[in-house]
Ligand binder design. Sequence first.
Ligand code: HEM
Length: 503
Amino acid sequence: METLKSLLIDQSTSSLIQTSLVALIGVVLLVKLVQRLRLKLPPGPIAWPIVGNWLQFKEGLNPQNLAELAKHYGDVCLLQMGQRKVLVVSSPEMAKEVLQTQGVEFGSRARNLVFDMTTGKGSDMVFADYGEHWRKMRRIATIPFFTNKVVQQSRHGWEEEIELALSDIKEMPGCTTSGVIPKDRLQLMMYNIVYRMMFSRRFSGLDDPLYGQLMTLNLENNRLAQSFKYNYGDYVPSFKPFLRSYLKEVWDTNQRRLNFLRDAFLNARKKQTGEKIGVDFFLDAHLKGEISERSVLYLIQNMNVAAIETTLWSTEWGIAELINNQHIQEKLRNELDEVLGKGVPITEPDVAKLPYLQAMVKEILRMHMVIPMLVPHMNLQAVKLGKYDIPAGCRILVNAWGIANNPEYWEKPDVFNPDRFIKNKIEPNGSDFRFIPFGSGRRSCPGSIIAVPILGLVLGRLVQRFELLPPVGVDKVELRSVGGQLGLVLAVKSRVVLKPRNV
Ligand code: HEM
């Protein structure tokens, strides 16, 4: 009897617990629903449980598919990639709001597992949250890299490196007949430009063993950082354990690169004397206790990644467009000959006198934006954007390529036509939100002050010295692009015939 009684009490207790649990879950769901209904979230495709919209974007989020998305959902659209909210911004008005008007609110960076590892959770500059540390890093890097004075001090070195690269390319077998692939030599040129500015060092050639080691480490790091693998851990954190070997590889490779940069370059520089350049300013800041030595290494790593490949990829796109548009190449050459005189190599101060060259560079940056969705921003707090509520921690993708190639803002955007920038004096300095290849506002690219003249110098000198032609039997070089998580790159290295001009 006693047993039956206690059984009944047990049963009623457990059903009470069950009912309370169900009620509790119901209340939680109701609260969430009410919160959701009270929030006015941006529109977006219906998200599936757990995976969200991920399956709709299996190949990754790229500027083309995001431009399509904007046609359906408008200029502010919310995606749910697994558990990660991604906000896509697709109009000049909304880009201005995110990058400028509410630049503080949207001024942090969306990192992920990989970038947390490679940047010490944002102890660098590029992936730092908006705040004191980022401001300090940006100030420290500005003095030795991002001023007009630095451009004037460094430009002779740039011109020298460009000249050496073109002379080497001229000597490559097949240069005037079957064609050559200049990319590797131009890459060395960019490394030399940047390493001279950072360490007053240059590599003697493609076979310099130090260069070989650096390239191997950088290639490996780039491959891992552009991989789509980490999305699994980023979008669905419970998948993280399955990425253990990939993440270990990321960690090991990054440690090797940081150690290499420290031993082969930073420590070697400490022993040198003479005029202060590049990293000396970073080291001074470290000695004053402003930043750790680790942050010095992260800054060096930032320069490595942000400066070299971006400018190289843009140069490659430029060469491909010059080959495919012979009339534009001729027009550019005529401008150079008329303004500077035949056989007078262009120098940095000349760029300002050459409107067509400037227009050509802008058109490359418009049509082939190498960081097409900018470096993802993030809002640390919940904010309003236009009429929408944006939850905290969204990854913000500003589709800068989509805006700069949208027929609503540009006439025949898919035609490569530098003349559009002659008629319309739009600058890539972030003041016109139809054209923001370097972003705009607080987190915009500080390196544009270097990249724009270098692009003008390389393309200008190429056209002055050579006729750039497609290989025999080929009409046009292929312009297909491949995208990683951040960059948009020419899929196939262009082969080019370079006929020296008799000037
Ligand atoms: C054609 C060449 C280049 C292009 C297209 C480019 C583009 C960009 C873009 C789109 C951003 C992100 C802007 C944003 O998120 O709002 C950026 C950031 C950055 N770029 Fe560049 N860049 C180029 C060259 C350079 C060079 C030469 C340097 C250095 C010497 C450099 C250093 C940086 C740094 C440090 C940042 C991060 C800024 C921050 O987070 O505060 N870039 N770049």
